[in-house]
Each structure stands twice: as structure tokens, then as C-alpha cells.
Design a protein around this ligand. Structure first.
Ligand SMILES: Cc1cc2nc3c(=O)[nH]c(=O)nc-3n(C[C@H](O)[C@H](O)[C@H](O)COP(=O)(O)OP(=O)(O)OC[C@H]3O[C@@H](n4cnc5c(N)ncnc54)[C@H](O)[C@@H]3O)c2cc1C
Length: 423
């Protein structure tokens, strides 16, 4: 780490790495400082646990036809599946496979409930998703499936989801898996970009002519900074500013918490499912609506494994009992579908804990009810030498990896323009 440079980028996730890429292309001196011991942030591919690559964080190229990472994957030889990779998903109601009629009814309920939230949001009524759903009336027993999907998409319970923010997200049917790992793709795109690892930034002192970046490994000064850390890090004060952020900006960071969505990876000693590679399974229990729902990807990369996704407040409560509670829950879901014998064939597990990581703080941003307008505040002028980046600033692609990338490039452009103005 040098003692002075032109631009400091804080955070080496998809946003910070994209900013570094742009700065390097423009020949500007910069440093990327990363708290963790590896770059990538929430884009992280595990190559060891299952014997095949799988993503601990992002995996799907959302809006794949317009997603900049789709083209980059092709350029870097990273394999991507298309929309046909997932067969029709199986739906389990408790331990019973839903019939085709039940599955259709459940899908229709999900559509009706999502439409109710989109309608409220589209009309600018910034109520909670829960309130929008309640206003639409009782949607019947399959509404638990809609709750599960809302929780997976937003990493938050319906009572914590702003209808306006939810409707603002640009959703498409094009969700394509990165077969070699989205985390691996983000690192391939970053290439040999220099990153100083194990270097958390504690404070940005902006009182002087130059910014002073105070880190665990000493301080450096710079002319401008791209701050590409999760909203939760700033809201928790793990990255502070001197003088403090203006109250409305601090409120905006707090209004966009990251929420709870985690993955439970389970490796078995052989095929315990009898299904083809990359099958999908959804689980809800209409008889016990308090029981968390789950979705699973079976046999990722052909491995005898499952990735079980859990999200929302019910799953968070379970995690508070310990990692074992999430593993037991995931095993129960799979055992209900494929038989209890699979429990004795478990070889290895890996449970993510994005919410517990102090320099991440959750899964992805979702505005609290009544606070959707504060997302735009992150883009508004603050200190012209500082530009924020990260998925929360990904505009209609917020919460995604490509939204993070787009925001990182935009933040780099903003500080480059500022440097040019000052020159
Ligand atoms: C379980 C899960 C599944 C997901 N699935 C998808 C998906 O399928 N598709 C998709 O598009 N998106 C998905 N996402 C979201 C996607 O991973 C994120 O939106 C994206 O990776 C965020 O990038 P970022 O650069 O904004 O933030 P991050 O990746 O969080 O990077 C921020 C970096 O800043 C570092 N940092 C924080 N504080 C400091 C500090 N004070 N000093 C120095 N460094 C600091 C952190 O360590 C981190 O490396 C998923 C996320 C999760 C958790």
C-alpha cells in the first residue's frame, strides 16, 4: 500500500473491481483496499466442498440478455447455461409432491400475490409487501409459496419489503446460471487488478484538501475515493466518515438493509435423489405456515449434492440456533422428498453466513417500507470527491452482481470527471 495516490477504491466486490478496471483503463493511479483475505465479496465460488464449483453468493445472470457479465463470460471462456437449464421445478408440500393441478394453482397464487405487490408499488404506495398482500384478500393455502419467493428475492420478510422498491426492480425471465461460478467469472474479469487484501478501512477523513483513508494497516491520502462497500457496513459504522455523513444520507444507508438469504450445501456419498443434473425443488408446508420455505438446486455440476436456499426472518431465527439447525432443516426438507436414508449418506456440509460477516452484513439490499425513495439519495451529491458504488446503487438492477458492476463503472467515471475538473 502506498501513502498517497489519486483514487482509493474501498471494497473489492464486483462494484469495486469494476471501478478499478475503469481507473486502470484510464491510466489513473489507484489503490483497491479490501477488508477480507480474498477479493470478490458476495461473488464467491467454492471449488472444494462439493468437488465441483458452486457459488456461495451470486450464481444467476439475472436479465441475462442485457447483463454485461453474459458477454464477459463468453470473452473469458466461463460457461453459462441458458434458460433451458432448469427443468420444471418440483414442488413439495410438506413431504408430499404436489400434483400438476396443485402446482399450477400454487404458481397462480404466486403470480396473484406478486401482482398485488407490483400494483401497490407501481402506484407509488410505499406500503409493505405484507400490507399489499393483505389488501388483496386471502389468497389461500399456497400463499406460503409466494412468501418464500418474496423472501428469496428480497432477503426479507413481506413486512420488511417496500412495495415501491420491489416494483422498481427490473425483473425478467432470463435467469441463466454461471456453470463455472459467478464468483469465478467476476475474478476472471478482474484479472490481475492489484488489490490490497486484509485491509479494512475504518474511516474517511474528508476535512482536509486531500481525503485521508484510515485503515487497519495505516493511513493514505488521495484526491478521490470510490466507496464500494455494502450499505450494512456504513449503517453499522464499520466504515465511518469525519465529518459524519449528512443525516439524510446516513438514513438512506440504514433504510437499505441487506437482509437474510443463505445457502446450505450438502454433499452425499452418491446419488440420493435419482434426478437429473441441476433439478430444482421448492418446499413449503401449507399445513404449518410458520415453517420456513426453501428452494433447492439438486446435483449442481452433476455432483451428488444439494444447495438449499433459505431466506427471510424465519430462516434467520433458525440460524440463530446455530449452523446445525439450518443443516437439520435442509436435511429434513430433502428427506421428506427423497427418503430418510439420505441423512446417513451425508459426507460434508457448508453453510454460508453472509449476515454474520462484519464487512458484508447480509445478502442483498431491500428498502424498508416507506423508504424506497431513499435509494436514490445514494446517487445524489455529497462530497464531490467521493462516489458510492455497490449493488444498492445498481438502479433497477439493485441487489444483483451486474447492478454492482454497473454502479462501480459509474462511480469511477464520476471521480474521473471530478479529477479532470480539478486539473
Ligand atoms: C446468497 C446470495 C445469493 C445471491 N444470488 C445472486 C444471483 O444469483 N445473481 C445476482 O446477480 N446476485 C446475487 N446475489 C447478490 C450479489 O452477490 C451482490 O449483489 C453483489 O455480489 C454485490 O457486489 P458489491 O460489490 O456491491 O458488494 P460486495 O460483493 O459485498 O463487495 C463489497 C466488498 O467490500 C468489502 N468491505 C466492506 N467493508 C469494507 C471496509 N470497511 N474496508 C475495506 N473493504 C470493505 C467487503 O469485504 C466486500 O469484499 C446474491 C447474494 C447472496 C448473498
Amino acid at each position: 500500500m502506498t501513502h498517497e495516490t489519486d483514487v482509493v477504491v474501498i471494497g473489492a466486490g464486483a462494484a469495486g473491481l469494476a471501478a478499478g478496471e475503469r481507473l486502470r483503463a484510464r491510466g489513473i493511479a489507484f489503490e483497491i483496499l479490501e477488508a477480507a483475505d480474498s477479493p470478490g465479496g458476495r461473488a464467491a465460488t467454492d471449488h472444494h466442498t462439493l468437488g465441483v464449483p458452486f457459488d456461495l453468493g451470486c450464481h444467476w445472470l439475472h436479465d441475462a440478455r442485457h447483463n454485461p457479465f453474459t458477454v464477459l463470460a463468453a470473452a473469458h471462456g466461463v460457461r453459462v447455461g441458458d434458460g433451458n437449464w432448469l427443468p420444471r421445478r418440483m414442488l413439495y408440500l410438506g413431504s408430499r409432491l404436489a400434483s400438476a393441478v396443485e402446482k399450477d394453482a400454487a404458481d397462480q397464487t404466486v403470480d396473484a400475490i406478486f401482482d398485488a405487490v407490483y400494483a401497490a408499488g407501481g402506484e407509488g404506495r410505499d406500503i409493505s409487501a405484507a400490507a399489499a398482500i393483505a389488501q388483496a384478500g386471502d389468497q389461500g393455502p399456497y400463499s406460503v409459496l409466494a412468501r418464500h419467493w418474496l423472501e428469496l428475492m428480497s432477503a426479507a420478510g413481506p413486512a420488511e419489503i417496500s412495495a415501491v422498491d420491489f416494483a422498481y426492480y427490473h425483473d425478467t425471465e432470463d435467469n441463466w446460471p454461471v456453470l463455472d461460478g459467478y464468483g469465478a467469472l467476476v475474478l476472471a474479469v478482474a484479472g490481475d487488478l492489484p488489490v490490497t487484501l486484509g485491509c479494512p478501512v475504518h474511516r474517511i477523513d474528508r476535512s482536509g484538501r486531500r481525503l485521508r483513508i484510515e485503515t487497519a494497516r495505516g493511513a493514505l491520502t488521495c484526491r478521490a475515493a470510490v466507496v464500494a462497500v455494502p450499505t450494512a457496513v456504513i449503517a453499522a459504522g464499520r466504515l465511518a466518515f469525519a465529518p459524519d455523513l449528512p443525516p439524510d444520507l446516513a438514513e438512506a444507508f440504514a433504510a437499505l438493509p441487506l437482509g437474510y438469504a443463505e445457502k446450505v450445501a450438502l454433499l452425499f456419498d452418491g446419488d440420493v435423489f435419482g434426478v437429473s443434473e441441476r433439478s430444482g425443488l421448492d418446499f413449503v408446508d401449507p399445513a404449518d405456515p410458520a415453517r420456513p420455505g426453501a428452494s433447492a438446486l439438486l446435483r449442481p455440476g452433476g455432483a451428488p449434492a444439494a444447495l438449499v436456499h433459505v431466506a427471510g426472518p424465519e430462516a434467520r431465527a433458525m440460524a440463530q440456533e446455530g449452523e446445525g439447525a439450518l443443516v437439520d432443516f435442509a436435511l429434513d426438507v430433502l428427506a421428506g422428498a427423497f427418503g430418510g436414508h439420505l441423512k446417513s449418506r451425508l459426507l460434508r456440509t457448508q453453510v454460508t453466513d453472509w449476515a454474520g460477516m462484519p464487512y458484508i452484513g447480509g445478502a442483498y439490499s431491500c428498502a424498508l417500507p416507506g423508504k424506497a425513495h431513499l435509494r436514490a439519495r445514494l446517487h445524489e451529491p455529497f462530497d464531490p470527491r467521493i462516489a458510492f458504488a455497490g449493488e444498492a446503487l445498481g438502479r433497477e438492477a439493485y441487489s444483483t452482481c451486474h447492478g454492482a458492476r454497473i454502479s462501480g463503472l459509474a462511480a469511477a467515471d464520476a471521480v474521473i470527471a471530478e479529477l479532470e475538473k480539478a486539473a
